[in-house]
Design a protein around this ligand. Structure first.
Ligand code: C5P
Length: 247
């Protein structure tokens, strides 16, 4: 296929406070990873999916094996799915996933934690890549005013201080799937692999690598349903969205 999806699911999910990796946490009864794979496969039935999993969690590997092997007599497309082990940071996990993809021209990097991302977001990213963009990110306007911060100017006050306030109208919150020309992303990742750990940790999304290479990163409309399930509140919201969709 010409498109591959690296689905990163190797995080520990400590902020959800469960005794299991986040991708295994049930969302309205279905493991987050299973929902994420189903949403990717529904949006991009021809794409190869590389699920990047926590090495030690057998149930997630079994889940991927059973999805890849399951007969699909209900007409739903069977995902082209493989699983690989992730790394210590999200970026390490992305690299592990990139190493496992075949001959794709384009790669989408997607958080399994955004397991309710609707097909329109995948389509918008894929369309921009097809139109020639080399880096594409879904984005939404921010609702909060965002402050840049600095250390407290008065050390007797135990609080950080505001450094500046970028105008909100010029800010966006970015989501996944983030889409790239595969050769450009692989080249960027090769550079990061040589960096000291402290600098590599500043890579919080894949588009940032493209910016550092001077690539234009295009923004397409994101969607509130593509929220990253991180906290208990996010999980409640996700389950409410699923319940509303089933009415
Ligand atoms: O931790 P955070 O919510 O930012 O993680 C975003 C996504 O990256 C999640 O889907 C998580 O599973 C994945 N991740 C990973 N490997 C890590 C850390 C995070 O695959 N070491």
């Amino acid at each position: 296929g010409r498109t591959a999806v690296v689905l990163v699911a190797a995080g520990s999910g400590t902020r959800l406070g469960r005794a299991m990796p986040k991708a295994a946490v049930p969302v309205a009864g279905v493991p987050m990873l299973e929902r994420a794979i189903a949403s990717v496969a529904a949006a991009l039935p021809e794409a190869q999916i590389v699920a990047v999993l926590p090495a030690g969690h057998a149930s997630l590997w079994q889940l991927c094996a059973s999805i890849a092997a399951a007969p699909h007599d209900d007409g739903a497309p069977r995902p082209h799915l493989v699983a690989v082990a992730g790394g210590a940071t999200r970026n390490d996990s992305v690299r592990a996933g990139l190493a496992a993809i075949g001959d794709a021209v384009h790669v989408l990097v997607h958080d399994a934690a955004r397991c309710l991302t609707p097909p329109e977001v995948f389509a918008a990213v894929a369309d921009a890549l097809a139109a020639g963009a080399r880096a594409v990110v879904p984005a939404l306007p921010v609702v909060d005013t965002i402050k840049a911060v600095r250390a407290a100017p008065d050390a007797s006050i135990a609080a950080e201080a505001v450094a500046s306030t970028p105008p909100r109208s010029g800010l966006r919150a970015v989501q996944t799937p983030q889409g790239f020309r595969r050769d450009v992303l692989v080249a960027a990742q090769r550079q990061v692999a040589a960096w000291p750990a402290a600098r590599a940790e500043t890579v919080t999304d894949d588009a940032l690598l493209m910016e550092m290479l001077g690539e234009d990163v295009y923004l397409v409309p994101g969607d509130e349903r593509a929220l990253k399930i991180t906290t208990e509140l996010d999980l409640m919201l996700a389950e409410a969205l699923i319940a509303a969709g089933e009415e």
